[in-house]
Design a protein around this ligand. Structure first.
Ligand code: AMP
Ligand code: MG
Length: 337
């Protein structure tokens, strides 16, 4: 696993060339996007895509998102782009919005978990786009972390999860991603569209900019209808809980064997009560919190403490996407003090 560190866009093609050649040979490459780091394979090479599942220990029932670097690649993945879908992509691409559309039969079954639909995204990150362009093929790419673990937003996270992974030939590393949480996924196969995963673009923003009706999926009833909607996901290894009111909890408890992940404001309040607490602040505004959450959870996991307590955020707009991650990271375990 070689690391290609990109500090500037100068000579970008030359720097990315070896990694794109590795993709063409059927190997895996970790690459940056504006959401989280991705683990990529040529989406038309089933054997290469299979290596993603092996490296991540990901179940085959969980379909992958295919990443493109121009709209003409979308035509390789789906044969018909309805008007409303065209409007969505005109507004939000390139960017952190994934659309699920009817798949072209050429897309291998392993990519889509046997479904007749495919999830597609056109990232805005410049390095991601240049890399896909050089590979000259759409790239199937889930997040670059072990299955159900916290997504990778830093080089250290990728190394932690894949140190000795033989299928990954290169890691292209730039910086911490702009958004820090995954893309928003919309099922566009039927109108009204359905939100399959809350993510970097809030549902409200999509409704506001398109005027479309977008509905929530009802309770998950079958894996076929809502693939990848696992109860546990984005999880630290330590027991983790949502702590409704960190201040009153810290006042009451005698225990100190925990790390608290909370806002900068809450951190200041807590330190006044108990100066020796281990606290990892995730920021103050909602965009910052999204950007820092995974980084903080990975850091909390490394601290010499037994448990992780996470302060919730308000369940509106981007906060909903953040809470979706926090709820899955903790398996919805709350401390209600
Ligand atoms: P990630 O693990 O971030 O790569 O996201 C992949 C997720 O996208 C899966 O877990 C599914 O929830 C969703 N997904 C991918 N392909 C499809 C599809 N064809 N239909 C519905 N959801 C999909
Ligand atoms: Mg993932």
């Amino acid at each position: 696993m070689k690391i290609i560190k990109i500090n500037s866009l100068k000579n970008l093609e030359k720097k990315l060339l070896p990694a794109s050649q590795a993709i063409k040979k059927g190997h895996l490459v970790v690459f940056p996007t504006e959401t989280v780091y991705g683990l990529a394979a040529d989406c038309f090479n089933s054997q290469a895509v299979n290596k993603i599942f092996l490296a991540k220990k990901r179940p085959y029932s969980d379909p992958l998102i295919v990443h493109i670097s121009n709209i003409s690649q979308l035509r390789q993945l789906t044969s018909n782009i309805p008007k409303k879908v065209k409007k969505l992509i005109d507004i939000f691409w390139p960017g952190p919005l994934t659309i699920v559309v009817k798949k072209n039969p050429k897309v291998p079954e392993i990519v889509t978990a046997g479904l007749n639909t495919v999830a597609v995204r056109f990232p805005e990150d410049k390095v991601a786009r240049k890399f896909i362009e050089l590979c000259n093929t759409p790239l199937a790419a889930p997040s670059a972390n072990l299955f159900s673990h916290v997504s990778a937003t830093d080089l250290q996270h990728i190394i932690e999860d894949f140190k000795n992974e033989k299928y990954i030939k290169y890691v292209i590393y730039t910086k911490r991603p702009k958004y820090g949480i995954e893309s928003t996924i919309i099922d566009c196969t039927k109108y009204p569209f359905k939100i399959l995963r809350h993510g970097a673009i809030p549902k409200e923003e999509i409704i506001e900019k398109t005027g479309f009706k977008i509905i929530e999926i009802k309770k998950v009833t079958s894996i076929k209808k809502s693939p990848g909607q696992f109860k546990k996901h984005y999880s630290p290894k330590k027991p983790s809980y949502i702590i409704k009111n960190p201040v009153s909890f810290v006042k009451k408890t005698k225990d100190t064997d925990f790390v608290i992940v909370c806002s900068n404001q809450t951190k200041s309040k807590l330190l006044k009560i108990k100066p020796k607490l281990v606290i990892i602040p995730y920021g103050n505004n909602i965009k910052n919190i999204a950007r820092n959450l995974y980084f903080c959870l990975r850091l909390a996991d490394k601290m010499p403490k037994k448990k992780i307590y996470i302060e919730p955020v308000e369940m509106t707009k981007l906060g909903k996407s953040i809470m979706d991650r926090i709820i899955k990271a903790t398996e919805n375990k709350w401390i209600d003090i």
